[in-house]
Ligand binder design. Structure first.
Ligand SMILES: NC(=O)c1ccc[n+]([C@@H]2O[C@H](COP(=O)([O-])OP(=O)(O)OC[C@H]3O[C@@H](n4cnc5c(N)ncnc54)[C@H](OP(=O)(O)O)[C@@H]3O)[C@@H](O)[C@H]2O)c1
Length: 341
């Protein structure tokens, strides 16, 4: 019997030699199925940089593609990422099909027909035929415009999907009551809800509600207050050297940052981290060699104080102007919607 087991083990090792030595540590190779049948690469690269760092964005996006990321979340900065996408495809590093590119509806578009025109303009700046995900960025009407009906806008999103301008459609910062204004009446459900999810803003009930509805949650600001945030004084714990995070990290021989990016995944949520530092870009993707246990997740949840890094707020838009170079116009577009970020 023992002899047979030894033979079997040798055979298994011969058939699967790579398993124990060559673990693919990069989570960007994994995908998640959305409720509309499309798939989304798991680890997302966020692009919401401070305005003064916009010029660093093209290089950061190239580094992210080189490092393996395929899921790119844009934030009204299409002009600054378009060439990196085009170059990565034309040099054969990636195919368009492998990429997953998200964009957001301009905040000041409030009509059904306006949604399709807005996405066409975004596609022109991105130099693409379609995006993979188009999002309504926040249910509030930041400009205070009257006659802004979320169901009209959602119908516009459905039109955009039907016309093949986007593969999937979704929302950002939608609470339960906002989702409930769409879910009973829509033909296509939101595939995604982007929410701030991190140790100090766990959003447990809303995440669970979305998951019950089959809506994939994407976690923006996964680092929460663990990293310095401009304008924030007295941040709540944890920071990256917190003993709880360090102890979990040591258990898996990873860094506390990797625990932070892994935490949403082990809650069934897609993390969207952002960095302009190559070491961090790589580290934030190398999170497949371990998974957090339910106990680890529960320990991290204990940091929750329901405090978002920057609460969603109303603001008035800056002016529209076609003056200046394309780059100057693109920078103004970014600055116009940045106050909501
Ligand atoms: N839809 C919305 O309303 C909305 C709102 C906010 C954000 N978002 C999206 O979500 C993305 C992520 O949010 P976020 O920009 O606040 O990102 P984040 O990843 O939570 O935080 C970024 C900060 O963390 C630092 N960092 C990243 N990796 C690190 C590591 N391994 N170790 C130490 N520090 C690290 C970065 O510094 P370095 O650059 O030095 O690494 C940067 O200062 C945005 O870029 C955007 O695409 C969406």
């Amino acid at each position: 019997m023992l002899f047979l087991r030894v033979i079997l083990n040798v055979l298994l090792l011969w058939i699967y030699p790579a398993k124990s030595t060559n673990i693919d540590k990069t989570a960007s190779r994994d995908a998640r199925l959305l409720n509309d049948g499309n798939t989304m690469p798991l680890v997302t690269f966020g692009t919401l940089v401070p305005v003064e760092d916009l010029d660093k964005l093209p290089e950061a996006v190239c580094s992210a593609f080189e490092s393996g990321y395929r899921n790119l979340d844009t934030y009204y900065n299409e002009y600054f990422v378009a060439d990196s996408i085009k170059n990565a495809i034309s040099c054969g590093m990636v195919t368009r099909k492998e990429l997953f590119i998200s964009a957001k509806k301009s905040l000041d578009i409030c009509t059904r027909s306006g949604v399709v025109s807005d996405l066409k303009m975004t596609l022109k700046i991105l130099q693409l035929d379609y995006v993979d995900l188009f999002l309504i960025n926040t249910p509030i009407n930041p400009s205070g415009k009257k006659n802004c009906n979320v169901m009209d806008i959602w119908n516009g999103m459905e039109d955009a999907k039907k016309q093949g301008l986007t593969k999937s459609i979704g929302v950002v910062n939608f609470k339960k009551e906002d989702l409930d204004k769409i879910l009973p009446y829509c033909t296509t459900k939101p595939a995604v809800n982007q929410l701030e999810v991190n140790p100090t803003n766990t959003n447990i009930e809303l995440v669970e509600y979305c998951q019950k509805q089959g809506i994939m949650v994407m976690a923006y600001r996964p680092f929460g207050f663990t990293v310095p945030r401009p304008g924030v004084t007295n941040p709540p714990p944890p920071c990256l050297d917190d003993p709880v995070l360090v102890k979990i990290a040591e258990k898996y021989n990873v860094t506390a940052s990797q625990v932070i990016v892994r935490y949403p995944i082990d809650r069934g949520v897609v993390p969207m981290s952002r960095s302009t530092n190559m070491t961090n870009i790589e580290q934030n993707d190398e999170i497949n060699s371990f998974c957090l246990t339910d106990e680890d997740v529960a320990k991290i949840n204990e940091f929750n104080v329901n405090r978002p890094v920057y609460p969603v707020k109303s603001f008035t838009f800056g002016p529209d102007s076609k003056k200046g170079t394309k780059k100057e116009q693109a920078k103004r577009r970014y600055e116009k919607f940045y106050p909501l970020a």
